[in-house]
Design a protein around this ligand. Structure first.
Ligand code: SAH
Length: 355
């Protein structure tokens, strides 16, 4: 059933990996740089287009390597211009990416894993369970393919699709470095945001390595008790540990800001009491707060009404940090936050997207 690629993909290979892969050809070192650029910067879809390489080399490379591994399986366009893509991987598994055009920027939301192991109560992807990590190539290729399909330069990348990026740390970091590399996709590192559920040791590692990308943390509750009732990860890394790691990050030498995401769930975490607790918790930190009114997934949680959202915002008016409410995009095609879900069937042919 599952087919493994016969040939390795050049997308997602770092320069050292590419040089090693090219060893059998004993080429001058500048060839690896040229090829890296054709793949990641010019994003050619055919080896024949690598015009500064000798013709024989182009055809030898095409026999040895792939330039694509994601097969488009489904594409839905929302009335607001948001596009949801379903990709089939070489093993028949499927992932999603979402393209979000806005007046001043074009954002892509990409996946880092097939499914997710974390089991957050309110999240549709959690219902898939964890299937596997994506390779760096599969992560980078989502951006390349959407850029090719839309003909638009992607300015912002958020790792807020399927999966937990910090449970696939090395591949996610490698992919992000290729995305921001001027010889790669040349997307500003600050405009690449990694969103984590709160894998504390990786937040500390990310801080210590001074990674140049932005960081978002899915907080969703201001107390340990409430948080662990909706997010099983809080049993392993409690709120205190999470906040300590956040302080470690913002207090580091690069003095970065964190974006905290807070999904508003009616009757669960949307009262003024929680808003006040949140204010107290976040006030000492360099941060932003992004409230995400829950997107319906049919799994038992409800979005608060607008007046409840206003009631929650009231105590936050005096916050020393910026508070935003996330705009709802692509809801009509189930492309909004937390709605990404691919039905997993025994037979890969029977896999379909639940719209
Ligand atoms: N695992 C990472 C990446 C997922 S990002 C993380 O947890 O941060 C997706 C964001 O959308 C997370 O903040 C997630 O908690 C939130 N989310 C999940 N389901 C949602 C839903 N139905 N409506 C709104 N936000 C949701």
């Amino acid at each position: 059933m599952a087919t493994t690629p016969q040939k390795p993909s050049l997308i997602g290979m770092s320069m050292p990996e590419l040089s090693t892969a090219l060893d059998p050809w004993t080429l001058p070192s500048y060839r690896a740089e040229q090829i890296y650029k054709w793949v990641h910067h010019h994003q050619v879809s055919d080896f024949a287009d690598m015009s500064n390489l000798p013709k024989t080399l182009r055809s030898e490379l095409s026999e040895a390597f792939e330039l694509h591994t994601l097969k488009p399986a489904f594409r839905a366009v929302s009335k607001d211009g948001t596009i949801k893509y379903l990709w089939e991987l070489t093993d028949g598994r499927q992932i999603e990416s979402v393209f979000i055009p806005e007046a001043t920027r074009t954002t892509i939301c990409i996946s880092s894993q097939v499914g997710c192991a974390l089991g957050c109560d309110f999240c549709a992807t959690a219902k898939m369970g964890f299937l596997r990590n994506l390779t760096a190539g599969e992560i980078v290729e989502q951006v390349i393919r959407v850029q090719q399909d839309t003909g638009q330069k992607i300015t912002n990348v958020v790792l807020m699709g399927m999966g937990e990026p910090f449970l696939n740390y090395p591949r996610v970091i490698q992919a992000c470095h290729i995305l921001c590399d001027p010889a790669g996709l040349a997307i500003s590192a600050k405009k690449i945001t990694i969103s984590t559920v709160g894998v504390v040791p990786r937040i500390r590692q990310y801080a210590d390595e001074e990674q140049p990308f932005s960081l978002a943390i899915s907080l969703h509750a201001p107390t340990q008790e409430l948080r662990r009732s909706i997010m099983p990860i809080a049993d392993k890394f409690d709120l205190q540990m999470l906040m300590d790691s956040a302080h470690h990050y913002t207090g580091g030498s690069n003095r970065r800001r964190i974006t905290f995401e807070y999904v508003l769930l009616k009757g669960v975490n949307d009262s003024p009491t929680e808003a006040k607790q949140l204010l107290k918790l976040l006030a000492p930190l360099r941060c932003k707060l992004n409230l995400i009114p829950y997107n319906d997934t049919g799994i038992g949680f409800i979005r608060p009404e607008d007046n409840n959202i206003q009631r929650f915002l009231k105590p936050l008016e005096q916050a020393p940090f910026t508070v935003t409410v996330r705009k709802n995009r692509g809801n009509d095609i189930a492309a909004a936050c937390g709605q990404l879900f691919v039905e997993v069937a025994e037979d890969s042919k029977a896999r379909s997207m639940k719209a």
